[in-house]
Design a protein around this ligand. Structure first.
Ligand code: BGC
Length: 853
């Protein structure tokens, strides 16, 4: 990452990322601009202008402010594959690095991407917690632990804002699962809310001063978040958050109630419950004018920070978009590759890894995710990367020409038909790989036609947004094999799909029963599928006539989907086993699908989809030298994990996944990751599982006992242990934790914090890095507590045989608990016990920390 910009110390010092801060001369400017606006203009500013834009007000020197989704990249305003963007590893992978410097540098890269695409506000990071492994957006959140989430999230915000782009910390708060996310009423006790779910937001507000926060869809204690008092207190009051609170998309359900709350901006627009209705409510005296002024002030401050307010210098001088690296620039690719490797967690290694590259002659790369990996989760976070490197590509490139790399998918796991992509389809007009899209007016006349790479047109695409009433997506397909080809029409609306003039599908695709009403169908469109018998080598023309549904003034996504026949399951397994048997080593890449890990729904099962468990067992029986790589953003069950010599968790590894994987498998990069979340043996073992509300209420009855805290508690009662604990991960060397001393504030320097001074020795034969983790516990406490909690961590590097020392900061909050009766943080005086080691279950060093209060 040497050639990439690194955040400057000035920009990353606490508070400095927030400059210009309200108060520092900005207040007067904001008041002066506010005074130029009449009430109607002020109110207009408070509802989005488009799906992604905030209105400008030329009279006040305010230009439009543009938002776009993260967190793995920046999609930009169009949902269009031609608008490519960097695809970084999933947030679970970033958290697995436990590397704040790295995450900060990646945040800065995303700021560059934002600037390149004209985006001022990045809708990331997602700092909800991994409460249950079933949570559908688990891959998009960092961890089950509030402190790890807080520290990684702060680093992300610092990096993004050091590049002059606003980060949006989301979704505030308790949006930890997806089932009924629009309406679910989350209930928990006040202490749990403070110590677990608000904690990351509080820490990030203090440590990184984010410029925006997003209010979530759900309710807490019966009140939807866009109307909830939690926006005022603790967020804006007690914590002093001086940025803007925007709603999640379509999360505002009322006019006056939400406007009286501390919500500043209702997204998206142009229609919504604010706008004219809000103006009328203000005129009727239902919403005070002061409340409107306060919201507009925060919009002006945000605009000033990102450089959208004329005459005010932005927080960070704007980079010239032309000078920013493209997502396939070598330095960007190297950064994404190193990040993916740094996040990979080696959970088991009986000596097979790293592979001895020069000794290999034939390598079998097997599995449904080997030739086409998932590099990101689904949903609103989706970006179109410039390319993706699959594990098969990565290994082929990394191994010498003399090594034969063979591949078989083994099993078929997808249960929806993928949208048409090259090399399967050709544009019937230009002949190029891809499809032809024609936009059709209400009178049936063709308005415009264009070549597209993928058979997908989406919300925000210019042709569709304007005059078009319907559209056609057309492609030529030359089947490589004969059989029952899969075709489907995707997206809400009326569709007719023809194959060589014969109707294959004619239907209205509607929201599935129990499905989320709107937004998610733009990103995960439901589909109507069938099969058609095709001959090998005989070209057919496939046409999808699209009459899409319109929602909130925009048109739904439409997809022409085409895939080859589903392979024979028995032959698939046999082929994979035969390739493994005839190879020096087998690398099996298993994983989830878009139908399993995406936004808008939770998982129902932690099993790997399809017959992947059977595949692993067949391959390892055929060749004991088998490495299993797990390509999933969240925990899955690995029932064969003790029967294979090596298991590596690769997460959704981003666009450079395959190259990073090859680096790790061949020992060119250590697997740097440590688990940000505990992985279970069996679904029924999970101490917290259900994400299904009962009568509309999701009770967080487990209170503080989330993640490893809960696993540890259940273990002390004789309950089941997990497969892999929070914090666990192996490198290619071994470590001994040899000593710990507790160092008082100022004992030998300017630190105002208690520190755990830890000595560790690299006891192996290679240089490496390990994450020293410090946990606290409090035996004999008068207060009910989890058995342990993460109090701090620090990474160290050392050469073979080398002993190194590192200070782990133990912030005061680690010793405090929330007193729900007094509504404040307090310390229970007495002895805390510090446990230091390599994971939440491996804490060989202990020390007593007496605390007086
Ligand atoms: C998601 C947000 C996202 C927004 C805009 C919502 O459905 O929950 O995370 O930022 O859409 O795409």
């Amino acid at each position: 990452m040497d050639t990439l910009p690194t955040p400057s110390p000035a920009a990353t010092a606490p508070g400095a990322a927030g400059t210009p801060a309200p108060g520092a001369g900005l207040d007067a400017v904001v008041e002066e601009r506010l005074a130029r606006l009449d009430l109607a203009t002020k109110v207009r500013l408070l509802q989005g202008e488009t799906n992604w834009r905030v209105f400008g007000a030329p009279d006040a020197g305010l230009r439009q402010v543009v938002t776009s989704d993260g967190p793995v990249g920046v999609r930009g305003e169009a949902w269009d594959e031609r608008d490519v963007g960097l695809n970084l590893p999933s947030p679970t992978a970033l958290a697995a690095t436990w590397d704040e410097d790295l995450v900060e540098r990646l945040g800065l890269l995303l700021a560059g991407e934002s600037r390149r695409k004209g985006v001022d506000v990045l809708l990331a990071p997602t700092v909800n917690l991994h409460r249950s492994p079933l949570g559908g957006r688990h891959f998009e959140c960092f961890s089950e632990d509030p402190l790890l989430t807080a520290r990684v999230g702060s680093a992300f915000v610092r990096g993004v804002q050091a590049g002059g782009v606003a980060a949006t910390v989301k979704h505030y708060v308790a949006n930890d699962s997806e089932t009924d996310r629009m309406t679910v009423d989350v209930r928990m006790d006040e202490r749990t809310l403070r110590e677990v779910y608000l904690a990351p937001f509080e820490h990030i507000v203090a440590a990184a001063r984010p410029w925006a926060v997003m209010a979530s869809y759900n309710k807490v204690d019966g009140v939807t978040l866009t109307e909830n008092d939690l926006l005022a207190e603790p967020l804006k009051g007690e914590w002093g958050f001086d940025g803007l609170v925007m709603s999640d998309w379509t999360a505002v359900r009322s006019t006056a109630e939400s406007a009286r709350a501390a919500l500043d901006l209702a997204m998206p627009g142009p229609t919504g419950p604010w706008g004219d209705a809000l103006l009328a409510a203000v005129q009727a005296g239902e919403v005070p004018q002061d409340a409107i002024d306060e919201k507009v002030r925060r919009i002006l401050v945000l605009a000033a920070r990102v450089g959208a307010l004329d005459g005010v210098a932005p927080a960070v001088p704007a980079a010239d978009p032309a000078g920013l690296p493209l997502p396939d620039a070598p330095a960007v690719r190297a950064a994404a590759r190193a990040a993916a490797a740094q996040g990979m967690v080696l959970v088991r290694n009986e000596g097979l890894l790293p592979l001895d590259g020069p000794a290999l002659r034939r390598v079998a790369v097997i599995g449904p995710n080997a030739a086409q990996a998932r590099t990101q989760g689904g949903g609103s976070a989706t970006v179109y990367p410039p390319h993706t490197v699959a594990p098969l590509d990565g290994l082929r490139a990394a191994l010498d020409d003399g090594v034969e790399v063979v591949h078989a998918p083994g099993v078929h796991t997808r249960d929806v038909v993928a949208y048409a992509e090259p090399p399967l389809v050709r544009d019937p007009v230009s002949g190029e790989p891809g499809v032809r899209v024609t936009y059709v007016g209400a009178d049936g006349a063709d308005l415009a036609s264009e070549h597209r790479r993928f058979g997908r047109i989406g919300w925000g695409d210019p042709g569709l947004e304007h005059d078009a009433a319907t559209a056609r997506i057309e492609a030529l397909v030359t089947p490589a094999v004969a059989g029952a080809w899969q075709v489907a029409a995707g997206g809400l609306g009326r569709h007719r799909l023809e194959v060589d003039g014969t109707i294959a599908v004619e239907t209205e695709v509607v929201v599935p029963d129990g499905g989320e009403p709107d937004f998610v169908h733009f990103v995960t469109p439901p589909q109507a599928a069938t099969t058609v018998a095709l001959e090998a080598g005989r070209e057919v023309r496939v046409v999808l006539h699209v009459d899409p549904l319109r929602m909130n003034g925009a048109l739904c996504v439409a997809e022409l989907c085409v895939e080859p026949p589903v392979p024979d399951p028995v032959a698939g397994l046999e082929e994979a086993a035969a390739l493994a048997a005839s190879s020096d080593v087998a690398v099996v890449v298993v994983g989830t699908t878009a139908a399993v890990e995406s936004e808008g729904f939770d998982r129902t099962s932690l099993d790997l989809p399809g017959a992947q468990d059977e595949l692993v067992r067949r391959v390892v029986a055929a060749n004991p030298r088998t490495v299993v790589v797990v390509n999933a953003g969240a925990p899955v069950l690995l029932p064969w994990r003790d029967e294979v010599p090596a298991v590596l968790l690769g997460w959704f590894g981003g666009q450079e996944f395959g190259d990073a994987l090859a680096d790790v498998l061949l020992g060119r990069h250590e697997p740097g990751g440590r688990l940000p979340t505990t992985w279970p043996v069996a679904q029924e073992d999970c101490p917290v599982l259900s994400t299904t509300p009962v009568d509309g209420v999701l009770e967080y009855a487990e209170g503080l006992l989330v993640g490893y805290r809960a696993w540890s508690h259940q273990g002390s009662d004789g309950g089941p242990a997990p497969a892999y604990w929070f914090g666990h991960g192996l490198g290619y060397t071994t470590w001994e934790h040899t000593g710990v001393q507790v160092v008082a504030p100022d004992a030998d320097g300017p630190s105002t914090y208690l520190r755990a001074r830890v000595q560790v020795r690299n006891s192996g034969a290679r240089a490496g890095r390990t994450v020293v983790q410090a946990y606290l516990s409090r035996p004999d406490s008068a207060v009910a507590r989890p058995p342990l909690w993460l109090a701090g961590f620090a990474a160290v590097e050392a050469g073979p045989g080398e002993q190194v020392e590192v200070d782990v900061v133990l912030a005061p909050r680690a010793f405090e608990h929330w007193d729900a009766a007094a509504h404040r943080w307090v310390v229970e005086p007495g002895d805390f016990v510090l446990g230091v080691g390599a994971s939440s279950a491996d804490r060989p060093l202990t020390a007593t920390v007496p605390v007086t209060g």
